[in-house]
Design a protein around this ligand. Structure first.
Ligand code: GLN
Length: 453
């Protein structure tokens, strides 16, 4: 894999940092343990991984694709990083993303965009475009992403790979640099549903260092993927979300989705249409909740504690802070800090942030009602196939629209997966099928995903 990265990554720019020596050392440690007659420490021992550059690592930089953290090396490993190491999974390096995970195309990286291996003139999705491109270009067999509003699932969809956003609270956020804390969740990415399930079980689990971590056993996702692989979905009830099926989506995406639904029926699933009327407001709610949390979380980048500092020697502390933040953050990050600061300001708090939270509750109720009728819900992962680099950079709202189908799951704290559903008939580019399930029912995603795959 290191040879492959050296040969092709200049074409894709999936990696911000390659850690060849450390990866080889970790692989050698697995080899010598096996040679000494020990059992493998995990089913994935020795299988290398690409890690999104937003999880802290003590032996390589963590930049979050921001100038603000250029060259910064964290003093501790994220819990997820430690779990990978303990499972004998060598970390090949850190992958590119939209700055602090804000974006849907990886074009907001301060270090230049990643390109989609299916067509290098197109975006690989975002924010986890680097991890998805590393998988699709065969530079890594496994990868880690984070999903705040779709950043695992939408890149998976547009690169024909698999990605899961686990139930909120089941994968530790300790050492995951915060974007929006009530939405962020790390998760597994792979090229097959079973690979993704094996990685899911490695990274999930209770962590006392994350106050929102759920103290419950890891869901049996590997067993579910194996069960699903027999292709029998009799007894499974699938709901098609009416509000996530629209004439405004790309026709080839809708056609691929409709064919996927027919296939689920052919596998024995019972398919019904369900309505989630509040999903219409998910985008508006998300783009208030997220910026509000971002404006608060990113206040820590004050030029004193981490990374970059702009200081000509004659500046006051306030001036140093302002100059550093002006130079260190890119335009999308600044836009969201401003929206969030406005939405949280006194006099506007109830009208904006307060209303967004109420809508969040309504969305969770829509889900609860739907799950009284069905086991899983399905929709396209993204309304579009990957667009041309540069096409939406000048139009943030057009960019935000690509998150329409993924946001409700994050707002509710539930789980969802994207699996490849072929190529769109109108442009021959990848389409993803999104499968959603209630909180703490992640195994349903894997059963249905493996049957469909
Ligand atoms: N594209 C969404 C956004 O820009 C989701 C980002 C994410 O999941 N990190 O906020």
């Amino acid at each position: 894999h290191l040879d492959r990265i050296a040969a092709v990554d200049s074409e894709y720019h999936a990696f911000l940092h390659v850690a060849g020596d450390q990866a080889l050392e970790a692989a050698a440690a697995v080899d010598s343990s096996l040679a000494a007659g020990n059992e493998p420490v995990s089913p994935l021992a020795g299988v290398p991984i690409a890690l999104k550059d937003i999880f802290t690592t003590t032996d390589m930089p963590t930049t979050c694709a921001s100038k603000m953290l250029e060259g910064w090396v964290a003093p501790y490993d994220a819990t997820l990083t430690s779990k990978l190491r303990a499972a004998g999974i060598p970390i090949l390096g850190k992958t590119n993303l939209d700055e602090f995970a804000m974006g849907s195309s990886t074009e907001n990286s301060a270090y230049g965009p990643t390109r989609n291996p299916w067509d290098t003139t197109r975006i690989p999705g975002g924010s986890g475009g680097g991890s998805a491109a590393a998988l699709a270009s065969r530079q890594a067999p496994l990868a880690i992403g984070t999903d705040t509003g779709g950043s695992i699932r939408q890149p998976a969809a547009v690169t024909a790979t698999v990605g899961t956003k686990p139930t909120y609270g089941t994968v530790s956020r300790f050492g995951l640099v915060a974007c929006a804390s009530s939405l962020d969740q790390g998760g597994p990415c792979g090229r097959t549903v079973l690979d993704t399930a094996l990685l899911h079980e490695v990274i999930a689990g209770h962590d006392p260092r994350d106050s929102t971590s759920i103290d419950a056993p890891v869901r049996p996702v590997v067993a579910a993927a194996r069960e699903g692989a027999n292709g029998d979905l009799r007894g499974v009830k699938v709901g098609v979300v009416k509000e996530l099926h629209s004439d405004s989506y790309q026709p080839g995406v809708i056609a691929s989705f409709d064919a996927a639904v027919e296939q689920l029926k052919a596998l024995g699933a019972e398919v019904v249409e369900v309505s989630c009327p509040s999903f219409e407001y998910a985008l508006a709610s998300y783009y208030l909740v997220l910026p509000s949390e971002v404006s608060s979380n990113l206040a820590r980048f004050d030029a004193m504690r981490y990374g970059m500092r702009v200081d000509d020697g004659n500046m006051s502390a306030d001036q140093v802070m302002a100059a550093t933040r002006a130079a260190g953050f890119g335009p999308e990050v600044k836009r969201r800090i401003m929206i969030g600061t406005y939405a949280l300001s006194s006099g506007y708090y109830d009208a904006y942030y307060g209303s967004a939270l109420k809508v969040r509750t309504l969305i969770a109720r829509d889900f609860d009602k739907a799950y009284e009728q069905v086991d899983v819900l399905v929709s396209p992962t993204s309304p579009f196939t990957p667009w041309k680099l540069g096409e939406k950079v000048g139009d943030p709202l057009a960019m935000y629209l690509s998150d329409l189908c993924t946001l409700p799951t994050n707002l509710a704290g539930h789980c969802a997966m994207s699996v490849p559903s072929g190529l769109s008939a109108d442009d021959n580019l990848p389409v993803g099928l999104q499968i959603m399930a209630p909180a703490m029912a992640d195994e349903r995603l894997y059963r249905v995903g493996a049957a469909y795959e």
